[in-house]
Design a protein around this ligand. Structure first.
Ligand SMILES: Nc1ncnc2c1ncn2[C@@H]1O[C@H](COP(=O)(O)OP(=O)(O)OP(=O)(O)O)[C@@H](O)[C@H]1O
Ligand SMILES: [Mg+2]
Length: 353
């Protein structure tokens, strides 16, 4: 009888992918629970470090039982040593924890670690692409200090109040929009908001706007992992987050930080969008990889999340943003428009119906 081949780290991770995070349809590997895998020199004994952010003992207990059973099923396995690093989840400002927004099926955050990588461009065009599939879509500009959604949609009118003192969103291209610019009347006079006011405004944008029935509410987040992002992940039940990055290493490092914030707060990362991936030269139709090639794809593979799409650097895309007509609305069959339609489709598939 031949002895089974030595167990590999890939085989261990593959096996752990069968274990779902309790209460979620995602597995513990894509949740980032598996921190390290060590295999003894004989290729038989396993030592796995698992990190969970929870204050419910039953979560660790259930992962422990299922992961152990999954690893025991590996052919030729010897000792299975599971170690748990149990961390407290970040404290929520209220005891209530994340909750749904009435009438909204999916809330999806568009985030990045680094500024200026194209979050607002991606959020706007994704909203347009989803709308073009017939879905009801809202887009909330959570960048209170640097709102840009008003400009990207050419929407300037101030928001009005409803009879029950909620805020009416401004509608453009069939999408319900909310932005600080609709309250202040300008995209270029940044709000001065301090400490608790940031949390309060963020809450109002999400809870006191008359979004009504929506299939998707897209949140355009400010860069980084500050107060606004924390308020959102701690109070709103997000269906997931889309991480935007550019291909160069400095952006990818920051993208990792954004991903890790979502994973720590149990928000699924739905995938990565690589923006400014390449330049398609109009003169010779050649593809120029200005910021290097394949960074987003490698990062997606590293984080074991889908690469939702690669968007070229495109003059019309920048102009469209400045002119207030998102490129996916102006030219849906162009290279960028099609890329966003594909991203919308992949995103829709990644979400439960
Ligand atoms: N694929 C692209 N091709 C050309 N220009 C782009 C592309 N994506 C974004 N831009 C331009 O780059 C600039 C920054 O984009 P955007 O405002 O979407 O980034 P952001 O990540 O939201 O920035 P911030 O961190 O300041 O919120 C804008 O002028 C936008 O029009
Ligand atoms: Mg922005």
């Amino acid at each position: 009888m031949s002895t089974p081949a030595a167990i590999t780290e890939d085989a261990v991770r593959e096996q752990l992918r069968r274990v779902k995070y309790p209460g979620f349809s995602r597995d513990i590997v894509s949740f980032g629970v598996v921190k390290s895998v060590r295999i003894s020199p004989n290729g038989r004994d396993l030592s796995v470090l698992l990190s969970v952010a929870t204050n419910q003992p039953s979560v660790a207990q259930s992962i422990n039982e299922e992961a152990r059973a999954a690893l025991r099923a590996l052919p030729g396995v010897g000792e299975v040593d599971l170690q748990f690093d149990i961390q407290n989840p970040p404290a929520a400002p209220t005891n209530a924890g994340p909750s749904r927004i009435d009438g909204v099926k999916h809330v999806v955050a568009v985030a990045s670690g680094k500024g200026g990588v194209g979050k607002s461009t991606v959020a706007s065009n994704l909203a347009v692409a989803l709308r073009r599939t017939g879905a009801l879509v809202g887009l909330c500009d959570c960048d209170l200090y640097g709102p840009s959604i008003g400009m990207m949609f050419g929407a300037r009118e101030p928001a009005t109040a409803t009879e029950d003192e909620r805020i009416n969103p401004v509608e453009a291209y069939g999408i319900k929009l909310m932005s600080m610019a609709f309250l202040l009347g300008s995209d270029d006079s940044p709000a001065i908001l301090r400490g608790p006011m940031v949390t309060k405004y963020t809450q109002q944008f999400l809870r006191r706007v008359a979004w009504d029935e929506l299939d998707y509410l897209i949140l355009d987040l400010p860069p980084g992992t500050g107060d606004i992002q924390l308020t959102i992940v701690q109070t709103v039940a997000l269906s997931g987050a889309v991480i935007v990055t550019t291909p160069q290493e400095v952006a990818l490092i920051d993208a990792r930080k954004a991903t890790s914030m979502f994973i720590k707060t149990n928000v699924p990362v739905l995938g990565i969008v690589e923006n400014m991936s390449y330049f398609l030269s109009p003169s010779d139709n050649q593809r120029y990889n200005i910021f290097g090639e394949g960074g987003g794809r490698r990062e997606a593979a590293r984080q074991q999340v889908p690469l939702l799409g690669e968007i070229p650097i495109d003059i019309a895309t920048r102009e469209a943003g400045d002119k207030g007509r998102p490129v996916t609305a102006a030219d849906p069959s162009g290279a960028v428009g099609r890329a966003f339609m594909d991203i919308a489709e992949r995103l829709t598939r990644a979400l439960p119906v």
